[in-house]
Design a protein around this ligand. Structure first.
Ligand code: KG4
Length: 333
């Protein structure tokens, strides 16, 4: 089954063509990062306009690169929530028109479910159930993946997402947008014990997380140093920060997996590219004797293939949308 899948929830426009879910024929990704860098963050209106400008060309390029004809497509899958509403609407409207014109089914895909499905592409042997930590620019959640389409959130951030916290830290240190990878790079040559940064414990649900206190602590540290004319050790601040984020994520995930009796853990989303988090998970999984699945960097960030893969399983489960499909800024998984 050939699916064309569309992703436009934030600042990447992507169109992929996948066969039977896990085989990627092509994934055409246009990153808008350069357009937003000058503003230090994503400007929603610029994001929407850029999606409009490139989406048709990307779709044509995907068809050409896959060596197929448009009429060979069996279904259209689209990431319809959550995301920047104007940006998501562009992908949804394109997908609706294409599905209607080609007379093929339209499959709505939850963006975070797509991130989780990136693991199926990277690891052909992976099947539910497993526990997944989904960490991206806008979301941080522990998801019980009971089946390909049956998932339950067991913990999530009460405030900022982990990626947002990386980006704010980068910004206050004067690093370019998107900052996560720059904080990661600097952290590799720093002392992770030099700065004492907080790890939040949220009352109520031990699997909920909070990153706003950590973000504020970094901002205060930088501003105080500036006011006193003190030089900060940026590498060590990044290393201490990455350690604090990792220690907020990895032990919680491991404990929850044990509680659920799961021997498989997956990680997904842009922040899964972080070297400290990857290394800490690898060590923790080895200690606990659980299997760990972390996608390659190319499948951590937003891409079209992950939407096609999840779209395939949604299709098998009977999920369909009509031409009244809407885009949503927020949506339960
Ligand atoms: O999944 P993604 O591409 O977009 C969303 O769906 O949100 O994630 C983007 C986030 C950004 O916050 C970016 O700074 C972060 O992932 N990120 C990283 C790294 N690479 C990307 N954060 C930490 N370390 C990295 N190496």
């Amino acid at each position: 089954m050939l699916i064309m899948s569309i992703e436009s929830t934030c600042d990447e426009t992507a169109v992929a063509i996948t066969r039977n879910g896990r085989e990627v024929l092509t994934d055409q990704i246009f990153s808008q990062a350069d357009l937003h860098a000058v503003y230090g963050g994503v400007v929603p209106e610029i994001a929407s306009r850029s999606h409009v400008e490139v989406i048709s060309q990307l779709a044509q390029r995907a068809v050409d690169a896959a060596g197929i004809k448009k009429t060979d497509l069996d279904a259209l899958a689209v990431s319809y929530a959550p995301g920047l509403i104007g940006a998501v609407l562009v992908g949804v409207n394109f997908a609706k028109s294409a599905a209607l014109a080609l007379g093929i089914p339209l499959i709505p895909v939850h963006h975070i479910k797509g991130h989780i499905a990136a693991n199926y592409i990277a690891f052909p042997e992976l099947e539910p159930p497993f526990l997944c930590l989904a960490i991206s620019g806008g979301n941080t959640m522990l998801v019980d993946v009971r089946g390909y389409t049956d998932m339950k959130i067991l913990g999530s951030t009460r405030d900022d997402a982990a990626g947002e916290c990386f980006d704010k830290t980068a910004r206050v240190l004067g690093l370019p947008y998107p900052g996560g990878k720059h904080v990661d790079r600097l952290s590799q040559s720093g002392d992770d014990k030099k700065y004492d940064l907080p790890r939040a414990h949220v009352e109520g649900n031990p699997y909920d997380m909070s990153f706003s206190g950590l973000k504020t602590a970094v901002v205060n540290l930088v501003h105080n140093a500036e006011q006193k004319g003190e030089e900060l050790d940026r590498e060590s601040l990044c290393a201490s920060f990455a350690r604090a984020v990792s220690e907020s994520l990895v032990p919680r995930t491991m404990t929850l997996a044990k509680e659920l009796g799961y021997s498989r853990i997956a990680v997904a989303g842009g922040v899964a590219a972080n070297s400290r988090i990857r290394a800490d998970f690898a060590a923790a999984a080895e200690r606990a004797g659980v299997e760990l699945f972390v996608p390659p960097l190319s499948l951590c960030g937003d891409n079209g293939a992950m939407i096609g893969c999840q779209g395939y399983y949604e299709f098998l489960a009977g999920t369909r949308a009509g031409s009244d499909l809407n885009a949503y800024a927020n949506m339960e998984i």
